[in-house]
Design a protein around this ligand. Structure first.
Ligand code: HAM
Length: 463
């Protein structure tokens, strides 16, 4: 019997791998423009880290963690999210002394949650996110939301809805918790066993309950906005006014509380329904945290961050046909030796071209020419290089353009130069021919002002 992959995991390969790389590269590039630097925390952490930070009352800690004892009897957990690990990393590495604050980091990689797999929900999935730690100015919240919004815009996800709310300061949340406790105590007998526990641990978590009967009770629960201190209200109003000034659209949703315990003040989620009507849930989410760094043993400094679910973003981009077609790997050359005895010439030719920087694959099976052309087509090759008896005797190869079907004979000694010439044609991004001479730093001479040359030479640089 063959072995299949673990439930809730998925294999990413071929064109899908190109789509993931495309999305992650856009995210990384924009995070770097916003002055974030890369961080790669470990996948394994001590379980206690998540219990202390994400919170004992959260579904993630109560039900969804992949936790096990290692051979030394230590309780370890596969990270269910990045934020707690980043907090641990900066405290442990003492990056928190004041000269080095704020710390701005971005990350990308797999996370693990034991959830019921369904559309857009996996047990191993990928997050891209950022954390900005050490800014006390609420503008850091605005800047972080602006980064997320810029990423979504760069991916052409224009129809995104940003839901935003505030959980206020500690005093606001304490007041609110009391009000919730009082309200839910009257209804708790009719509520699910999880909510009974949540009432004891953190009544705020009841607001996330997905049980339909409980949601009816949740609908009439007190609202956070009625329990905010004047200072928390002012802070939130300031954040909203800055978003407006930056033309970042938002919807205040006073039921938004987020499922992780470390949040305070601003919290937000990014929602997007694809034009096919598929609802993948939130494609990203985040918020401000005042006490997380202190909770894991560091100084009393706040932070703010968000994470995108990469699988969900790839899915909505595919649904709405927003993935650029030029991201898929195309092979430059496919070498086709017409018989086993020409294969050694074939591999030498392949390597000459590879050394110039073009991608080359070669047929290693002794099959008919027609079948080699089919393989070249399957690999999306731009050119075929055909080598037979005549070519070897005359130190030549046949070079065939698989799009136009034009072919020419090339002397081996001229191969490098001919190959370079094939790729030196330029095309302006506006569709006109560009007059620049293979120097990607030149401006385009086409009449559309403001256009830059979009170079298609093998450097694939853009300016
Ligand atoms: P989160 O809301 O738990 O926040 O997850 C962030 C995103 O990960 C979600 O919006 C969703 O797109 C994606 N996601 C969550 N669960 C799954 C799943 N089972 N399958 C596929 N995608 C999923 C956090 O993780 C916080 N650490 C965000 C943050 C960063 N807050 C501050 N800094």
């Amino acid at each position: 019997m063959s072995i299949i992959g673990v439930k809730g995991t998925h294999d990413i390969y071929n064109s899908e791998a190109c789509e993931f790389s495309y999305v992650e590269n856009v995210m990384k590039r924009i995070a770097e423009i916003f002055a974030f630097t890369e961080v790669r925390p470990p996948v394994l952490e001590h379980s206690e880290l998540f219990v202390r930070s994400v919170g004992e009352s959260s579904d993630v800690v109560r039900k969804e963690m992949y936790t096990f004892l290692d051979k030394g009897d230590r309780s370890l957990t596969l990270r269910p999210e990045f934020t707690a690990g980043i907090a641990r990393l900066i405290v442990q590495n003492k990056i928190t002394n004041l000269q080095e604050l704020p710390i701005k980091m971005y990350y990308c990689g797999p996370v693990f949650r034991y959830e019921r797999p369904q559309l857009g929900r996996y047990r191993q999935f990928n997050q891209f996110g950022v954390e900005c730690i050490g800014h006390t100015n609420p503008l850091a919240d605005v800047d972080t939301i602006s980064l997320a919004y810029t990423i979504l815009q760069s991916l052409c996800l224009d129809n995104v809805t940003i839901k935003i709310n505030t959980l206020g300061d500690e005093e606001s949340r304490n007041n609110y918790r009391e009000a919730l406790k009082e309200y839910f105590s009257k209804h708790i007998d009719k509520m699910c066993p999880d909510c009974k526990q949540r009432l004891e641990l953190n009544p705020l978590r009841i607001l996330d309950c997905k049980v339909p009967e409980d949601q009816v009770i949740v609908k009439d629960a007190p609202k956070m906005s009625d329990y905010l201190t004047p200072a928390a209200k002012d802070k939130f109003a300031y954040v909203l006014s800055c978003l407006e000034a930056m033309a970042i659209p938002y919807e205040v949703d006073d039921t938004l509380v987020r499922g992780l315990d470390y949040y305070s003040d601003t919290v937000f989620e990014f929602h997007y329904k694809s034009s096919k009507g598929n609802d993948y849930g939130a494609i990203g989410a985040g918020g401000h945290y005042d006490k997380l760094i202190k909770e894991v043993g560091g100084p009393d400094v706040p932070g703010v961050g968000f994470s995108f679910g990469v699988e969900r973003i790839v899915s909505v981009l595919k649904d709405d046909e927003l993935i650029p077609q030029d991201i898929y790997n195309a092979l430059d050359f496919y070498v086709m030796p017409m018989g086993a005895k020409y294969q050694n010439t074939g591999i030498a030719v392949a390597n000459v071209i590879r050394m110039v920087g073009y991608s080359v694959d070669m047929c290693l099976d002794d099959v008919k020419l027609g079948s080699m052309f089919k393989r070249a087509e399957k690999k999306n090759a731009k050119f075929a290089i055909i080598i037979g008896e005549n070519e070897v005797d005359n130190n030549r190869v046949i070079l065939k353009n698989l799009k136009t079907q034009e072919q020419l004979e090339v002397k081996l000694e001229n191969l490098r130069q001919t190959v370079d010439e094939l790729f030196e044609e330029h095309e302006c991004c506006c569709g006109d021919d560009c007059d620049c001479d293979c120097d990607c730093d030149d401006d385009c001479d086409c009449e559309n002002e403001g256009h830059h040359c979009h170079c298609h030479c093998h450097d694939k640089k853009e300016n």
